[in-house]
Design a binder for this molecule. Sequence first.
Ligand code: SF4
Length: 288
Amino acid sequence: MSARPVLRSRLARERSERALSLLQNCQFCAHRCGANRLQGETGPCHAGVEARVFHYQTEVGDEAELAPLFAIAFSGCDLRCDFCNTGAESWNPRAGDSVISGLDCPGLRFLAQRAEHALNQGARGIMILGGEPTVHLPAALALAAQLPEHARLIWKTNAHGSGVARELLEGVFDVWVADFKFGQNGCAKRLARVPRYVETVQENLLWAARQAELIVRHLLMPGHVHCCWKPVAEWLAGNLPETKVSLRSGFWPGWHSRRHEELRATTSPADEREAFQLARSLGLNLIP
Ligand code: SF4
């Protein structure tokens, strides 16, 4: 893991400016659609040049070692998970309040002030999330540039970013909380409309583990212990055996879950028992 540069604010500021220019041929996520977002074109994420934040508050529901944290959530996402628990905002980049990507944006300054206040009140870090924040790298990095230098910054991601995104993000965040939702590309295609999911996430996780603290999250889905959790767990055991793994059992059949028969319920106690037993048998570094 490489040390973070002393002046993160400067690094993030430079990267934000670069990211803004790259919107003319957007390659931020693994769709690499090349939309000219500066000219109004949009890709699968539907995001333009404007970034919006739909949620900012202190939260206690994340991993115990991170909570409480101050969370700032950008709307819009490059995946289309039918079970998304913030689907209305995650699928709609026009949800929430506008924060332009410029470094002098009053909206970003306001968020940075709120975050600093939360830190002073005892929050242990600041999490930037979505939707998917990778879609809004210019604004997310401009925000990071305004956050206190000493703050523990957490990047919460779907791990579907591209190499372009990795270059822009390297060295800016202390912790990456990255999802590994599907163990098979067939499930990813059916439930989130994304191709080559498994390879993309694995590439991102291996990279993230080298340059930041990494927590891999997997949300157990009903009926997906064998097709999804098992291959994810086995890959983690074989490739990132020391990495912290957050196995989450709070699936709720919201948003468009009803489109899929197996997602019309919560996970069963038997599924949960089996999933945790598998994790323990593989020696995964489970965290609460
Ligand atoms: S974030 Fe991804 S889907 Fe959205 S415009 Fe950029 S490359 Fe395309």
